[in-house]
Design a protein around this ligand. Sequence first.
Ligand code: ADP
Ligand code: UDP
Length: 242
Amino acid sequence: MGLSMEKRDELYAGKAKSVYTTDNADQLIMVFRDDTSAFDGKKKEALARKGAVNNQFNAAIMDKLKAAGIPCHFERLLSPTEALVKKLDMIPVECVVRNISAGSICRRLGVEEGLDLTPPTFEFFLKNDELGDPMVNDYHIRSFGWATDEQVARMKELTFQVNDVLKQLFLDGGMLLVDYKLEFGVFNGEVLLGDEFSPDGCRLWDKDTREKLDKDRFRQGLGGVVEAYEEVGRRLGMTFEY
Ligand code: ADP
Ligand code: UDP
């Protein structure tokens, strides 16, 4: 699964992944762990095989996005649970697009789950667990200097381009892309898609039954979490190594 690459120091350990420096100052190794968390880290559990599934799922999705012309940090898989990525200066916001209402938008706006959102909505959330990732807008991002106007515009443009590519990809596998979260960072002055795209950071429903095939299975204690992620991968023609 690619040439080996030396892991140097742990740069940071997040809730689900750990990030290591390498002998190349422009590259990092992301290690996908089995740790799973929800509700800003208040619910936690290790789910066997999840790290491997998410790493390989993300690799396949990033390859598709790159092929569609979306600039991504992903370089290559190093092992079942590790990937080599470009080191980004992360922009500390999450970009969320919703095609169908679910999750926090239902609680915030008092709307029912499952409404088609046309056009899809776009929201920014500040990455800050202590504050519970509060929603912010373009003005906050500019005034606090988290990103420039151009970077804000580029994040929106790329997040919607990802929607066009992935909505169709999942539909071809009999699934609805309900919503998803992306993170971006800057590399040599350019905004690149960073972090991951996996069933941990999006909502996917079976097209016909609307069965949940994503992290809501963990949030809602429905069981079969990793099995559902594997099923999503299988429907997209992916195979996983453990
Ligand atoms: P969290 O920080 O939400 O707990 P993770 O456990 O997924 O999330 O940790 C991964 C961390 O790595 C996140 O803080 C994310 O912003 C950061 N990250 C993702 N991609 C890159 C990259 N290419 N360069 C630098 N940092 C990255
Ligand atoms: N999301 C995420 N990380 C976060 C917050 C949200 O990956 O810190 C994803 C989540 O999985 C969903 C989408 O972003 O696919 C929208 O999440 P929402 O605002 O509905 O919050 P939730 O109710 O999922 O906490």
